[in-house]
Design a binder for this molecule. Structure first.
Ligand code: FAD
Ligand code: DLZ
Ligand code: SF4
Length: 517
């Protein structure tokens, strides 16, 4: 057979060292990049997420062409566009009569299924290669998981430290401890003002994409007014370097803090660039380690940051592939309440939730503790249906791909996986949000009031959650203390909490259908 090798590159595979290009030369390869309706609407993504991915794809095609590759690029508005990866790959096979096709495995189960089908439906041999941008190959993760009763991130993380040699001193972790989380609990101190993040003003390519998205995806959630994500490798590297210099030193200390209107605090805001392939995770961790070795950032900050990436990020991805397809239907706590409309509108007197929805709408971003302890905690306590919640998270964040979104939603926040990922649900009353944020001072509700009109809804919802799930969670030893408190409580008080929570739940207005799907 003659003909080139066809290499489809997807919108989150924008890395020149992607495995599908390894051992290929520009002379005998055609790269296929496809903007397709199915990917832009399988959930109705935030407008900024669509703009980010399409602009980054167009810039990557230019980068590849400048390096001598032939790129067959299909635009969304091409009249012949069939609207799906499968349709476009089939058309490309007709156009190029390739002698073979190779592609890097995708990040989502539904796309993997489509790719597997190409092996039988296309008249060409299809090789699906592992995604080597992850540090832990899936086969290694499955081997790690096999036979273990509990799949805890901390043990996996230590293995990853050993494998990469990051923050190691011979056989030992530097400083003598693997984990410095206990030193990373700073609250929202007064006047906390992180250095600004450089915005990446849109160039001509991004402006054209933004105009197209505004028009074509008009009804989708989110605003494009603040669009400032890096869409090229060069800009992502600038964003990385600014983070390492300006914010990493305090990343650990304020990792769990929330300050109204400070949307990024000391977080990296690098997840979109990492997830679409503009930055390499291991390289980023090595650079973070250098900041500590050269005395510019403290160990607790650098260890905390590296743990998020070689620990949580890799572990979450392993858990996704291990537990799919069942994870997408998991509902271990039998939660059935529909998503309330304020997740889309932000229209709620709960200051914490309205601010988190606002940053989500304006930036396609909320930092981890907002996603976990405000938006996620509410979803858990109010018993929201996991599939509704997963659709919301997948829709609204610029960094959302199912491999990383779903285990965080079903496992980390909702306990829908019956505790495979987190040994106890991250349930918290208003006191936690008050301690870690400045939201409560300007809220219509009183965080100190436990029940009745004007009381912070998180307080009664917390006990309602424990009470209604007692048969499932009552024997969890990590919840022993709260359940002991609940059982000791006078019946009258219990009834007051339950009635207060029920009265609040009755006020929740379900979202109109059609926001996510
Ligand atoms: P930082 O706080 O600066 O952390 C540094 C990096 O660590 C991140 O860029 C990310 O790559 C990694 N990281 C940290 N925590 C996690 C985690 N729990 N899982 C995976 N990676 C992690 N992250 C996504 O990339 N995409 C998602 O769709 C996503 N959905 C989430 C849904 C829920 C319910 C929760 C609780 C978390 C979710 N996360 C997701 C994880 C985390 O919130 C984001 O990675 C983080 O907020 C991104 O911002 P940052 O780059 O400023 O992160
Ligand atoms: C998220 C997304 C969007 C909005 N659009 C495209 C697209 O038009 N073309 C493309 O190749 N990829 C897109 N993506 C990313 C894909 O959805 C992603 O590659 C798969 O979900 C696999 O992770
Ligand atoms: Fe949120 Fe309750 Fe605080 Fe209001 S009082 S901001 S609802 S935690």
């Amino acid at each position: 057979m003659t003909g080139p090798v066809l290499v489809p590159i997807l919108g989150d595979q924008l890395s020149p060292d992607i495995s599908s290009l390894a051992h290929r030369t520009p002379e005998d390869t055609v790269i296929l990049m496809m903007e397709v309706a199915e990917e832009t609407t399988y959930v109705r993504h935030h407008k900024a997420k669509i703009a980010l991915i399409l602009s980054a794809m167009r810039h990557f095609a230019e980068e590849l062409r400048a390096a001598g590759w032939t790129v067959d690029y299909i635009c969304l508005d091409d009249p012949a566009n069939t609207g799906s990866f499968t349709g476009e790959v089939a058309r490309a096979v007709e156009r190029h009569a390739p002698r073979g096709m190779q592609v890097t495995e995708p990040g989502e189960w539904r796309v993997r299924e489509a790719m597997e089908a190409w092996r039988t439906t296309l008249p060409v041999r299809v090789r699906i290669l592992p995604d080597t941008r992850f540090i832990c190959p899936l086969t290694d993760f499955y081997a790690w998981a096999a036979g273990r009763r509990e799949l805890r991130m901390e043990w996996f993380y230590r293995d990853m430290r050993r494998k990469t040699g990051l923050l190691k001193d011979g056989d030992k972790p530097v400083g003598g401890k693997w984990n410095y989380d206990a030193e990373n609990r700073g609250g929202p101190e007064k006047g906390l003002s992180p250095p600004p993040i450089p915005p990446f003003g849109p160039d001509a390519i991004t402006r054209a994409v933004i105009a197209m998205v505004e028009h074509r995806f008009e009804g989708h959630f989110g605003s494009l007014d603040n669009f400032a994500w890096p869409v090229t490798r060069a800009d992502a590297e600038i964003a990385r370097d600014v983070f390492l210099k300006d914010r990493l030193p305090l990343f650990g200390k304020y990792q769990d803090a929330m300050v109204a209107g400070e949307d990024f605090l000391f977080h990296a805001a690098l997840s979109p660039a990492l997830n679409i392939g503009l930055l390499d995770p291991l390289d980023l961790c090595r650079r973070a380690e250098d900041e500590w070795r050269e005395g510019r950032a403290p160990l607790e900050a650098v260890e905390g940051f590296i743990r998020q990436i070689i620990g949580w990020r890799e572990y979450i991805r392993g858990m996704y592939w291990l537990d799919m397809p069942g994870l997408s239907q998991a509902n271990g706590l039998d939660a059935i309440r529909p998503l309330p409309d304020f997740y889309w509108t932000g229209d709620t007197p709960m200051r914490c939730l309205s601010d988190c929805v606002r940053t989500t709408r304006e930036n396609a971003y909320a930092h981890h503790i907002q996603r976990l302890m405000v938006l996620g905690n509410f979803a858990l306590l109010a018993g929201l249906k996991p599939q509704d919640v997963a659709d919301w998270y997948l829709t609204v964040y610029a960094d959302a791909f199912e491999w990383v979104e779903l285990p965080n939603v079903a496992g980390m926040i909702l306990h829908a996986d019956k505790g495979r990922l987190a040994s106890k649900p991250y349930a918290a009353s208003g006191a936690y949000i008050d301690r870690m944020s400045d939201y409560c001072g300007t809220c219509a509700y009183n965080v100190k009031q436990k029940t009745g009109e004007g009381a912070c809804p998180f307080n009664a919802l917390y006990w309602h959650f424990l009470a209604r799930n007692e048969s499932k969670l009552g024997s969890n030893h990590r919840l022993a203390q709260p359940y002991a408190n609940w059982r000791r409580m006078a019946d009258e008080k219990k009834a007051e909490y339950l009635a207060s929570a029920e009265a609040f739940i009755a006020t929740l207005k379900p979202a109109e259908p059609g926001w996510a799907r």
